[in-house]
Design a protein around this ligand. Structure first.
Ligand SMILES: [Zn+2]
Ligand SMILES: [Zn+2]
Ligand SMILES: [Zn+2]
Ligand SMILES: [Zn+2]
Length: 236
């Protein structure tokens, strides 16, 4: 997998677009504007809504476009990211925004100057143009970059704190044996083979010599880390 040809899907109109064109598309997508007009006819409380672009800090090949309520907390965003991409065994996580760290849990190290995600609402820290760092698991760390693309005033599109607007399309790498789309990854091969090949289709996973080392290959930047095996599905 490499950068330029990575594509994403807009969940309003179901179009597939180049990664670089998605932010612009979302500002003009007719189906998104329809969904917003529909929400305005409803009764959800009007508030500031933030367009966030989330991507893995390594390659940027995995990305999400989210709309988050201003009244939702950093904890709501943390829960969402864990559900769709990260959760393996309940590790700690943190956001770093303007030099301040916001932790998922009561301070594990006993430092006095720390803040909890659940105490911080989006509208008290977000502004368009802001770029922040997020880390899940301080051992085998998954690191994300989150950018506030835009904000608008309106009624939220759903009853949840976060709405998924677009996501990278998952284009599985070829099986290292036969070239068919791979569905598994062998962590033994990943760490031991000089050529880094470790992807397998269902058929070749079944015959593979390291059967206890296989992990499902899913649409997440945490694949292959700390036994992560998905499901990499949005929580709502
Ligand atoms: Zn669209
Ligand atoms: Zn873990
Ligand atoms: Zn195969
Ligand atoms: Zn193997």
């Amino acid at each position: 997998m490499s950068g330029p040809q990575i594509r994403g899907i807009c969940f309003f109109c179901k179009r597939e677009l180049a990664k670089s064109g998605l932010s612009r598309h979302l500002t003009t997508c007719p189906k998104r504007l329809e969904a917003q007009a529909e929400a305005e006819r409803g009764a959800r409380r009007r508030q500031t809504l933030y367009h966030l672009q989330v991507r893995d800090a390594w390659s940027g090949d995995y990305f999400l476009h989210l709309e988050m309520r201003g009244t939702a907390t950093l904890h709501d965003l943390d829960e969402y990211l864990r559900a769709i991409w990260l959760e393996c065994c309940g590790h700690l996580s943190a956001f770093e925004i303007d030099g301040v760290t916001y932790d998922s849990d009561a301070d594990p190290f006993g430092w006095s100057d720390h803040f909890l995600m659940k105490d911080v609402k989006a509208n008290s820290v977000f502004r368009p143009g802001l770029e922040m760092n997020y880390q899940y698991d301080f051992g085998t760390t998954s690191e994300l970059t989150i950018k506030v693309i835009a904000q608008r005033e309106g009624r939220p599109l759903s009853d949840h704190p976060i709405f998924l607007m677009a996501r990278n399309l998952f284009e599985p790498p070829p099986c290292m044996v036969c070239g068919a789309p791979a569905t598994w990854l062998c962590t033994e091969c990943l760490y031991d083979r000089a050529d880094d090949r470790c992807e397998l289709c269902d058929v070749h996973a079944e015959e593979h010599e390291h059967e206890e080392m296989l992990l499902a290959l899913v649409n997440s930047p945490r694949v292959g880390m700390c036994g992560y095996s998905g499901p990499a599905e949005p929580p709502y």
